[in-house]
Ligand binder design. Sequence first.
Ligand SMILES: [Zn+2]
Length: 477
Amino acid sequence: MKTKFTMHTGLRTIGGVVCSVQYGKDRVIFEMGSAYSPVTDVYDGTVLPRSKAWVRDAIRTENIPPIHGLYRKQDLDGFMDLVPAEESDLNTAVFITHLHLDHMAGVGMIAPQIPVYMHKNAVTIERALEATGEGVPTVEREYLPLEEGSPISVGKITLLPVLTSRRSYKQFAFFITTPDGTIHWTGDFSMHGEDADLAIKEMEFLKSQDVDVMLCDTTAFMDNVLLQMFDTTDPAKILPSREIPPGMLDSKDVDERLFAILKEQKGLCVFNYYQREMDEVMKFIEWTEKVNRVCVFEPDCAYIVYKFFQIKPNIFIPDSERYPEDPALQADWFKELLTNATVVTREEIYDNPAGYLLQNSYRHILELFDLPAENGAYLHSEGIPIGAFDPAYENMLRIINRTDFKYITFFCKNYFGHGYPPQVKYFVDEVDPKILIPCHGFNPERLLPKNGVQLLPIEGETYILDDGKLILEKDYE
Ligand SMILES: [Zn+2]
């Protein structure tokens, strides 16, 4: 009996890393996300998901991989001859590093009897999103808690969650031990920002272990990031360094710049953000206090803020069927929010535009037409549609341009959220695994190992872990 390893997806995409580690009948699957690609997403806003075939459709459209023993029989209905979870003799558990969709969008499609582990903060946010209809599509399942430093065993496989971010929903790397060796997955990797010390801690821990296989995030190895730093994409130019590369920024530098922009505004400020990011919420709330404004949220986001921080948020109610005035027509979550929030009216905002920082999501962007635009600014801050790669982005700009709001992007050209390539290289060189699997990026091949070998696995193929090597099962005697 030998350990089997399969990388199902996520080698050359940003996110969507899904891997299996199996020993005998026991199996660990890490992550169940979908690479974020609005350009190729079949659900363009008009096409509706089907109600019975939704899981099969997700496999067909490559949003989740075809994996035996993972999905419900009723959802598969014989599709691709996949063995349903009910008929599988495998003992499977699934583990999620953090709440970004590229790491967990497909989690709700897993059969409910298969345990899924996720940190409790992430579950709180996901449950609030589900209540407002913004959660991942789900069979309505339970989640088991993932705790820093508390290993979880699945038969003879053990998974140790290693904390990589203390922020809102927490983030983890996974260190997996089987009778044949060790496999480490960095999850989203960063060595800058306020959690940089945790990356160093992770590195020191790995140096104290014998790491056979390391899967590493290579998001920042894409053309535009490398060209900005080195004028070349030649991987030989990526020299290991613990420092932030010259000319590039740390998150605190970015925050200072953005706060300075907010401070100089003289009218109403409208902003967007990624609603799974509770740190962003706290940042905006703290900033508004410093500039004597009031931070106001749309009901959907306010509900998550209320559930996560247990605070009474200020809300502005857009003109929408989602938020009926008649209590008989209001959704439960909306009712609950109304009794736990302070409503800020349009009139109050008109009376003192400079007194507010107002959150607005893309679907309610037409609200800009009836808000005070004089000296007003629209701060685009990581909300969807994020950038020009999303067809909706042009439309967002078109609408803003029909108003007098000034468009200000909070996107900083010389800041990148994932680890800068020299820092990733430093981390990899220090750990020096026997096998390096660069992934979670458009150009994984640019991350080179120090002494070990680089493996770009064939997705969906099974490899055998034997004596520090990964050998294709079909070539293994
Ligand atoms: Zn990711």
